[in-house]
Design a protein around this ligand. Structure first.
Ligand SMILES: [Zn+2]
Length: 450
């Protein structure tokens, strides 16, 4: 049971930002940056849309600082400081990390900061129309800036070779880095008038294990979580924003579930169902597996945002036991392993030089190597702490998920990558739907290059 990726992307409500830009997204153009504040912050574009008191379709970085509103200047100063702190955790200088300056857009949305995303070489932070700097969520900003760095050219993109789409990292790594930058596992929305249970999405306790029920990780788990949180305060006394979020998630879940059911009826998909007994069983990596009628495997029956819970929890526990944050060391191990990434060149078997023959590169590597490398770098007492945290967090399931990713996700990833490079061929031959296509006309073959 699952739904087309396009549908997920189009969803208006995704907790703590769903989308992220791809490497092909247009980078933020430096343009004519007059603002010193922008340059200092490594921001090439600062735009507003629908925000009271700000011009739409204007790059404020093209104005001298004297013409930029005070709150926008404070925003740039804060973003600049966060960029420095983020680069530090990522293990490269801020100049290197932000070699390509980023874009920043504040876009008005009735749901406020909960719905932010990264695209087009920058972050799109959603805000209420009457935004002021006090509502800036530095945690959501860092989450989105890590997406931006992960999917656009630069040292972070390189470090994550073969792991960028790993289900355990794609949304959880931005949260882990956010936690390291802030010295806190708490995720936090920007609007002060939200009830605390809705404003602080995650906290340190209790520890979050992969042995939790499947219901903690399935596709709609983010919806359930907000819906549960909405039961902890009096709706009548809560702010209009809180009520909009609660209503939006309740109706959003119903619509999503219906979409998934329709999708499952129309396609022959093999995946774990969302029945009450299934959601109550302990999570297994196989729960994330979606097998299409063409035999492709996508690990999208889980919500990757939810893996931030065990990942952040694991590193929070390690820090408590070793007395230091080892997130930057973990990133360094990820970076060290990049050169060992398996590389495949894939193409349509029926493509020709001028038609459908553009090859796509797919890179894959296991995540386990970075964990093993981290453990091996520890002194023996820290190793013992690592082993305890590993067990406590049920990370045997992570090994299973990693194995699935490495062994089974190539064909699906290849089909998508080749399709994206050969849109005209795909349309004409009916290969554009990865969940159903003519297996002969749309056959993709891959050759291991490294
Ligand atoms: Zn995200």
């Amino acid at each position: 049971m699952s739904l087309a990726r396009g549908l997920i992307r189009a969803l208006p409500i995704l907790i703590l930002a769903g989308g992220f830009t791809s490497a092909t997204g247009a980078p933020a153009s430096s343009g004519d940056v007059k603002s010193v504040a922008c340059r200092n912050a490594r921001v090439a574009r600062l735009e507003f849309e629908g925000v009271l008191g700000y011009l739409a379709d204007q790059n404020y970085c093209e104005f001298p600082d004297s013409e930029i509103p005070v709150d926008a200047l404070r925003l740039l100063e804060k973003a600049g400081a966060l960029n420095v702190a983020t680069a530090k955790v990522l293990g490269r200088s801020v100049d290197e990390t932000f070699r390509v300056p980023v874009g920043m857009k504040l876009s008005a949305d009735p749901l406020g900061s909960l719905v932010s995303e990264a695209r087009g070489g920058g972050v799109v932070l959603n805000v209420l129309p009457e935004w002021s700097f006090s509502e800036f969520s530095s945690k959501i900003y860092v989450h989105e800036i890590v997406h931006t760095l992960a999917f656009n050219d630069g040292p972070t993109f390189e470090a994550l070779r073969g792991l960028r789409d790993h289900p355990f990292l794609v949304e959880a790594l931005p949260d882990l880095i956010t936690a390291a930058v802030h010295g806190s596992a708490k995720m936090e929305l920007g609007e002060a008038d939200l009830p605390p249970s809705l404003r602080f999405i995650r906290d340190e306790n209790p520890s979050h294990s992969l042995d939790a029920p499947f219901g903690r990780y399935y596709k709609l788990a983010s919806f359930d979580e907000v819906i549960e949180r909405c039961k902890t305060f009096a709706r009548a006394a809560a702010s209009p924003l809180a009520n909009r979020i609660c209503d939006g998630y309740a109706s959003g879940k119903v619509a999503e579930l219906e979409r998934i059911r329709t999708f499952s009826r129309n396609y022959s998909i093999v995946a774990a169902a969302y029945t009450t007994p299934a959601l109550a069983t302990p999570f297994e990596a196989d729960h994330c597996r979606v097998e299409t009628e063409n035999g492709l495997v996508f690990l999208e029956n889980c919500d990757p945002h939810q893996f931030a819970y065990p990942l952040v929890s694991f590193f929070t526990r390690l820090e408590a036991e070793t007395g230091r944050s080892v997130v930057a060391e973990f990133i360094a191990k990820i970076r060290e392993g990049a050169s060992g990434t398996a590389e495949f060149e894939c193409r349509f078997a029926g493509g020709t030089l001028g038609f459908g023959g553009v090859p796509a590169t797919v890179e894959l590597r296991p995540l386990l190597g970075a964990f093993v490398g981290l453990r091996e770098s520890f002194v023996s007492s820290d190793r013992a702490a690592f082993d305890r945290a590993w067990k406590e967090h049920g990370f045997g399931k992570l090994v299973d998920l990693d194995r699935l990713y490495r062994n089974e996700s190539l064909s699906g990833a290849a089909q998508r990558a080749v399709m994206a490079k050969n849109a005209f061929f795909s349309d004409l031959k009916g290969c554009s739907d990865v969940y159903r296509f003519d297996s002969e006309a749309c056959q993709v073959t891959c050759e291991k290059r490294r």
